[in-house]
Design a protein around this ligand. Sequence first.
Ligand code: GLY
Length: 313
Amino acid sequence: MGDIASSMPVMVASENGRRGMLAAMALLREGGSALDAVELACRIVEDDPDDHSVGYSGLPNALGEVELDASIMEGTMLRAGAVAAVQGYGRAITLARRVMEETPHVLVVARGAERLAAELGETPQEQRTEESLRRWRERFAERELTPGDAEPLRSVARALTRPINLQDKLHKAGRVDTLGTVNFIARDRRGALASAVSTSGLGWKYPGRVGDSPLIGAGNYCDDRYGAAACTGMGELAIRVATARSLVLYLKFGMSLAAAGREALRDLLTLDAPDGQYMNIVALTPAGEVAGFTTVPGKRYLYQRGDGRASPG
Ligand code: GLY
């Protein structure tokens, strides 16, 4: 740390993170911390009504309720905070940070997280929008179901979340991605790393379903000594093989970033994932190397450096 290369700010993000990354990079260039940068970047995506996979206007669960999951981690002391299945509050990432900084816990869920948000003075806000509810109703219609069906809700959620054909997913313009999530990982001028992940989770999920995003080790992990990783995609896969922590452990054991990513993908590919269930990983090392890995072709990620170099990867 301390040399020019290691103090160059660097960020990597999932491909829906462009606006957040631009604002966060400006903060990093001014000497802001990696933790502030990833929180800011996430909040911008959470507030975006046109992103239906994160925060405000996220896709609802099978009951038409928006439940948000998020986590944040800093790599110097390995502190982390997370919330899951939160209703009625946006900016889940800020709530996750407040769990980390203002409680003795790492993960607070559902009613407890909502109580905490109220105690901390966060402003409640309806997370559903006309558009997200329209998509929810449309999904029922596509499956020839109706909201409030007499079927057990688990059967309804199974029908609604059954993956669509992967070719359709990749090629049908405007198709809603029910697995969206946003990832940001940053290195600041001091060489500290931080990572943040936020999502409304799998669209049309069973109420209370929690994915990988708020689970430290599954969808998010950060350690200044070895690197950080974060995931988008079908959270159940990353949970089963602890993807983010595994990639960072592979780095710890001396693998290159490319080899560590390949090994994390190999773990995922051993699972019996149905067609349409995929996983993407973004990663950053303490030296500022970035990479993205995916179990499906055609997925991109974004990175930007303090010297202005930027790219979709
Ligand atoms: N990766 C987001 C989720 O599965 O909820």
